[in-house]
Design a protein around this ligand. Structure first.
Ligand code: MRU
Length: 372
């Protein structure tokens, strides 16, 4: 998608030096556009853990590029050509990447996919890792675009019912292109509607504590020209009671094949409010976000807990650049649960790259019969 009219992806190989992975360092958005160079798998791991690059799909792509950096480092340092010792070392690097964040299943999926590709091509594991990273990134962008094509039909239908009055869509956190490689998931139907000339307006939850909604979703919608309004996290229920939300679309970090969806903390409360007010609540996800093993999301999905300082301090823009200020009494402890799980019963539908289905194992398997 575009920043100041120029097309960007969120991760790519540096054109003049393909041993370097480049990302948009999202800690500085919306205030500054900073591109970071990553040269080692350790740097890729830090970028994921410290959320320079974040969001389920992008974390999956980072896993692919991180494994490419691991192959570069390991082959160059010790093992040429690849032998069993190489694969032992590369699996350690994969484990290091997987340990950076627990909730988004895309991370494990991306690392495993790269490992399998390298094992399948022991003659040239570096080429296999590089190609896999590129394939994961391209596939992510393509799947998100297709999610947009499916999801826009729901928006078009609501627009028709409203005789062309703007469709009000509420979203939580950032499941936009910055959370993926391109397009995003929750935002893809919005961008598709905008391109088709369907009038929409997006309510953007600020999404405390890290404010990915206020900072990232608002930024990308604004760059694209999509009408939107940032709201405090507690506003959505009120808007729904007063008929000011036609639908909710959020992304997800892990969705069990039974339809329970982990997404940024606060999503569950929006789903409850939507249910109470008869507002359709959709989760948009690519197939890399499905967990084909877990069956009970609330009990089984690991929920990341991050440092309390993300709650007690807040970043903002000053004349001297980005600064942090304290929000709470110095002695008050804070808890920081990163995600919650919305049970399938509260979800109207899952918008995937293969189409839209109810949130149940039976319906998910109809779209993905090969996973049965
Ligand atoms: O902690 P983050 O920023 O990596 O969390 C991910 C998210 O932004 C949201 O949960 C999002 O809605 C799903 S990721 C596409």
């Amino acid at each position: 998608m575009k920043i100041q009219g120029k097309h960007y992806r969120t991760v790519w190989l540096k054109p003049e030096d393909p041993s370097v992975v480049q990302i948009i360092d999202q800690r500085y958005l919306p205030f500054e556009l900073v591109i970071e160079d990553l040269r080692t798998p350790q740097e890729a791991a830090t970028a994921i853990k410290e959320m320079h690059a974040r969001g389920a799909g992008l974390i999956g792509a980072m896993a692919g590029y991180g494994m490419y950096l691991a192959a570069l480092q390991t082959l160059g340092a010790k093992f040429t050509p690849a032998n069993e010792a190489f694969f032992e070392e590369i699996e350690k690097q994969g484990a290091m990447l997987k340990a950076t964040r627990p909730t988004a299943v895309n991370l494990e999926w991306g690392v495993n996919r790269a490992l399998e590709a390298m094992r399948a091509n022991p003659q040239n594991p570096l080429q296999a890792a590089r190609e896999t990273a590129q394939i994961i990134a391209d596939e992510d962008a393509d799947y998100c675009r297709r999610i947009g094509e499916h999801g826009v039909e729901i928006i078009a239908e609501i627009s028709k019912r409203k005789n062309g009055a703007p469709v009000n869509i509420l979203t939580h956190c950032n499941a936009g292109w910055l959370a993926f490689v391109d397009y995003g998931t929750a935002t893809a139907p919005m961008y598709a509607a905008f391109e088709r000339g369907i009038p929409i307006h997006v309510w953007v939850d600020e999404t405390r504590p890290r404010n990915q909604g206020a900072r990232l979703t608002a930024y990308e919608l604004g760059q694209h020209g999509v009408p939107h309004t940032v709201i405090a996290d507690n506003v959505g229920g009120h808007l729904m009671q007063h008929g000011m939300v036609d639908m909710v679309i959020t992304g997800a970090d892990r969705v069990t094949h039974t339809g329970d969806a982990a997404n940024k903390i606060g999503t569950y409360l929006k789903a409850l409010a939507a249910k109470d007010n008869g507002v359709p609540f959709y989760i948009a996800l690519p197939s890399s976000t499905f967990d084909w093993v877990m069956t009970d999301g609330v009990r089984q999905i690991p929920v990341e807990q991050r440092g309390g300082e993300e709650v007690t301090w807040i970043d903002g823009w000053t004349e001297d650049g980005v600064k942090s200020v304290r929000l709470t009494p110095a002695e008050s402890p804070a808890a920081n649960f990163g995600f919650d799980v919305t049970p399938a019963r509260l979800i109207t539908g899952l918008i995937t790259e293969r189409g839209i289905c109810p949130a149940s194992a039976e319906e998910v398997y109809k779209l993905y019969p090969e996973k049965r």
